[in-house]
Design a protein. Structure first.
Length: 348
């Protein structure tokens, strides 16, 4: 029989990969896995327990919050607070960062940034949802962590991952040593290794973008979409358009099959729409570790300076050759004012 390796076992086996850690990061990942199981349970029975629909509140971005948004946020913060390995949580659902209470948490070494329920506009129609998380080591060594500990570039992440709540529930994460995926086995209540050493194909035939905003896109994005739609047998075009409206679901599909996900700037969102800290950076870390590429169209996502908790960014992410082609179109048809500020730095 095939041996089963649970998430907990795998994390312990890989603990030697963290020479500066003494088990804290492993326990932190375990805490996130526990909260994911609780959220998964509620997602799967949401229609039966009156947790569908709007919560009647908005987050700092002015977006209406769903009941499950708030529930998921509470569960992840609660799990991280109980674990004691996290000093600060940055969440899409909170205006400011949240300090963890207690003497142990105050001196904890890690900061977690999280989008508790990505794609929540899909909740009421039973479409795939997800959670995105990012983990950093705090820079200060004494007292309570500050905003300076939080505003770190993506290249300083020590771990990142996502959970997808779909036909099966999966947790996918990286600590900078490749990407591994774990599927939740409901019969034993454990995430089990199902997708070891995940790699995204260098080429793909899927492009994911909300084409309803086509008239508001930069010219380079419009040219790339037309490129995707032109018939060319040598490059397997036309490509297939697939857009779910959940970054986790769209990127997970493209991770498996190959493809590109684009959320560009628009006339109504001149800085982009997705959040850099807890959406773009963690997904960029995962995709790069799987052999892909992630940029804002001009510069590597993980090299962008972070100046705000809820900073927004455009993103072009996925199969390396598809992203390079999109960047080529942006450079050619949507040149920016100063290339010195936005020259894409090649991956090391």
């Amino acid at each position: 029989m095939k041996s089963v390796r649970t998430l907990g076992q795998f994390i312990i086996e890989k603990q030697a990969d963290f020479p500066y850690a003494k088990g804290e990061l492993s326990r932190l990942l375990r805490d996130i896995g526990i909260a994911a199981k609780i959220v998964n349970r509620e997602v799967n029975k949401a229609g039966l327990i009156d947790i569908l629909g709007d919560n009647g509140t908005t987050n700092i971005q002015g977006e209406g919050q769903k009941k499950l948004d708030v529930y998921a946020n509470d569960q992840f913060i609660s799990a991280l607070k109980c674990g004691g390995e996290c000093c600060i949580v940055v969440s899409e659902e909170n205006d400011d960062f949240v300090h963890m209470d207690g003497e142990v948490s105050k001196n904890a070494k890690y900061i977690v940034a999280i989008d508790p329920l990505d794609g929540s506009s899909n909740i009421d129609v039973n479409v795939g949802l997800g959670t995105i998380f990012s983990i950093y080591r705090r820079k200060s060594t004494e007292g309570q962590a500050t905003i300076e500990d939080v505003l770190q570039r993506g290249i300083e992440q020590v771990a990142a991952g996502y959970i997808i709540y779909g036909s099966s529930t999966m947790l996918v994460y990286t600590t900078g040593k490749g990407v591994n995926g774990f599927t939740l086995d409901p019969s034993i209540g454990e995430f089990c290794l199902s997708h070891p050493n995940m790699k995204i194909p260098k080429d793909g035939t899927i492009y994911s973008i909300n084409e309803g905003y086509y008239s508001h896109f930069p010219e380079g994005v419009k040219k790339y979409i037309k490129f995707c739609q032109v018939e060319d047998l040598k490059t397997n075009r036309p490509y297939t358009s697939r857009y779910i409206g959940s970054m986790v679901a769209d990127l997970h599909r493209n991770m498996i099959k190959g493809g590109i996900f684009i959320y560009p700037v628009t006339s109504s969102a001149p800085k982009g729409k997705l959040r850099l800290v807890y959406e773009c950076n963690p997904m960029a870390f995962i995709i790069e570790q799987a052999g892909g590429r992630a940029s804002n169209g001009y510069k590597r996502i993980m090299n962008l300076e972070v100046t705000e908790l809820h900073q927004r960014s455009a993103i072009f992410i996925g199969s390396v050759n598809m992203v390079k082609k999109a960047e080529e179109m942006m450079e050619r048809f949507s040149p920016i004012t100063s290339n010195a500020d936005f020259s894409y730095m090649e991956l090391l």
